[in-house]
Design a protein around this ligand. Structure first.
Ligand code: NAD
Length: 490
């Protein structure tokens, strides 16, 4: 596909959005955005300082009261217009994501639809944030319960889903009546910048959404988490950074939503439809080149079907076409940066050194761009790092089990608890697995389950809170109880 990169990038604001205008950083510093498929510079974006972060919070606080007082319908209609604009600009958004993040263009288009869906979903939820009114049990007084916006929020997003991670948070915050300071990932700011401009074009009032890309994440988070005017932190990213932010947020007893790392088990029972399991595995593992918090990290396969499953998976994974995501035949793009390739490579080397065997892949790819060959590992020992750590790359390690109990024990033996997948044709077994698995989400005979209407989130070290669904907007409101005197007492 021929893309006029310069013309596209020229549409994207490269400054900071503070209040009503895009402006340069107070230090005048910029940082480069790199195309991971070519290692070429795409753009230079202003790098916000701590001073800019505080100015962004000033702008958010200045309009918070006014924004909270707008009608739910008004907020809903802005979100609906934004949904339509994102869809109208789908080609731009998709190409930008492929350029700055690497995923194949077809997957970027998939993310545009998924990301836009949060705007549509929350436009619908904005008008349904109900309270309640009822008598106390003894019948004397009344209980009135209202939901109120929490107030100014700091939203910190990762690089792997540059649009959807922003809309999933900002859509909910806007619907609830909160104002926002958004800090996008340093590696992929362009999509967020274009999204913010799209929100302004949809009629979002100045100051409701402020955007502060920065080369220094802590320059933004530290002053804001220490500022008593901030009321909420929503973070998606790695578990170590999430833990540090939770500790900082404790100082002001902030409301927090944390979407952190995962180590998803993908369990295939002997009664599963193997063709469907392999198809599901391709989605759960290879979507986004494996750079997803929901990515299947460990394939736990019943010993009686392991050989067949591994062979069929290896055939499909080996047939993936690795390349620049802009090329129409590419089905697996580059990883986000060289550090990511090194880290995936170390995990694979560790497994091979402990006796694992690569059925396909198992190596880096020379040339420009940050590529790693799609890989299937079998005979992986249970103590290999690749089983215990989040891979975040196109590597599928396969382990075997004998009993259902063993599968549960293996699946749960991780500090993470985000996504899990179960393939079986036995309904009772499926329900037993849902009971026994300690994960916030379970895909049953399905490899991709993210949806704006579903409550997305984890337990254990994978996080706190939920995004999407009705739970998603509740994260941006607090409950106020009003005790009402018996209306019949004179
Ligand atoms: P990361 O933790 O390095 O960065 C995430 C965001 O936090 C970025 O905006 C980054 O600039 C910022 N950040 C980094 N250090 C910071 C600090 N000290 N203070 C404040 N902000 C800081 O993670 P990443 O590499 O961008 O993303 C990959 C991780 O995100 C993986 O672990 C993945 O599982 C997780 N993730 C989770 C979900 C989910 O919904 N659970 C979704 C996507 C990604």
């Amino acid at each position: 596909m021929s893309v006029n990169v310069e013309a596209l990038v020229a549409k994207v604001p490269t400054g900071l959005l503070i209040g009503s205008s895009w402006r340069p950083s107070s230090s005048d510093e910029v940082f480069d955005v790199i195309n991971p498929a070519t290692e070429e510079k795409l753009a230079a974006v202003s790098s916000a300082t701590s001073e800019d972060a505080v100015a962004a919070l000033d702008a958010a606080c200045a309009v918070q009261q006014q924004w909270a007082a707008t009608s739910p319908r008004e907020r809903a209609e802005i979100l609906r217009r934004a949904y339509e604009l994102v869809i109208a600009r789908a080609d731009d958004f998709a190409t930008l994501m492929t350029l700055e993040m690497g995923k194949p263009l077809a997957e970027s288009h998939g993310e545009v639809v998924y990301g836009a869906e949060f705007l549509r979903w929350f436009s619908e939820e904005a008008v349904r944030d109900y309270g309640r009114y009822h008598p106390t049990p003894e019948g004397k007084n009344r209980v009135l319960v209202a939901r109120k916006p929490v107030g100014p929020c700091l939203l910190i997003t990762p690089w792997n889903f540059p649009l959807a991670m922003a809309t999933r948070k900002a859509g909910a915050a806007i619907a609830a009546g909160c104002t926002i300071v958004l800090k996008p990932a340093r590696l992929t700011p362009l999509t967020s910048q274009y999204f913010a401009q799209t929100m302004l074009d949809a009629g979002l009032p100045a100051g409701v959404l402020n955007v502060v890309p920065s080369a220094s994440a802590s320059a933004i988070s530290e002053p804001l988490l220490a500022d008593q005017r901030l009321r909420k932190l929503s973070f998606t990213g790695s578990t170590p950074v999430g833990k540090a932010l939770l500790a900082a947020a404790a100082q002001n007893v902030l409301r927090t939503s944390m979407e952190l790392g995962g180590n998803a088990p993908f369990i295939v029972f002997e009664d599963a439809n193997i063709a469907e399991a392999v198809e599901g595995a391709m989605g759960a593992k290879m979507r986004n080149m494996g750079e997803a918090c929901t990515a299947a990290n460990r394939f736990l396969v019943h010993e009686s079907v392991a050989e067949e499953f591994s062979a069929r998976l290896a055939a499909k994974i080996g047939a993936l076409k690795v390349g620049n995501g802009l090329d129409s035949d590419t089905t697996c793009g580059p990883l986000i940066e060289q550090k990511a390739v090194d880290s995936v490579s170390e995990l694979v080397q560790d497994a091979l050194a402990r006796g694992a065997r690569a059925m396909v892949g198992g190596h880096t790819i020379n040339g420009s761009g940050y590529f790693y060959a799609p890989t299937v590992l079998v005979d992986v020992p249970r103590d290999a790092r690749v089983i215990r750590e989040e891979i975040f790359g196109p590597v599928a390690p396969v382990l075997t089990f004998t009993t259902e109990r063993e599968a549960v024990q293996l699946a749960n033996s991780t500090e993470y608890g985000l996504a899990s997948y179960v393939f079986t044709s036995d309904t009772s077994r499926a329900l037993r697995m849902a009971d026994c698995l300690e994960f916030g989400m379970m895909g049953l005979n399905v490899g991709v389950m993210s949806n704006a209407a579903a409550p997305f989130g984890g337990v254990k070290h994978s996080g706190l809170g939920r995004e999407g669904a009705a739970e998603g907007i509740a994260e941006y409101t607090y409950t106020q109880y009003i005790g009402v005197r018996d209306p019949y007492v004179g």
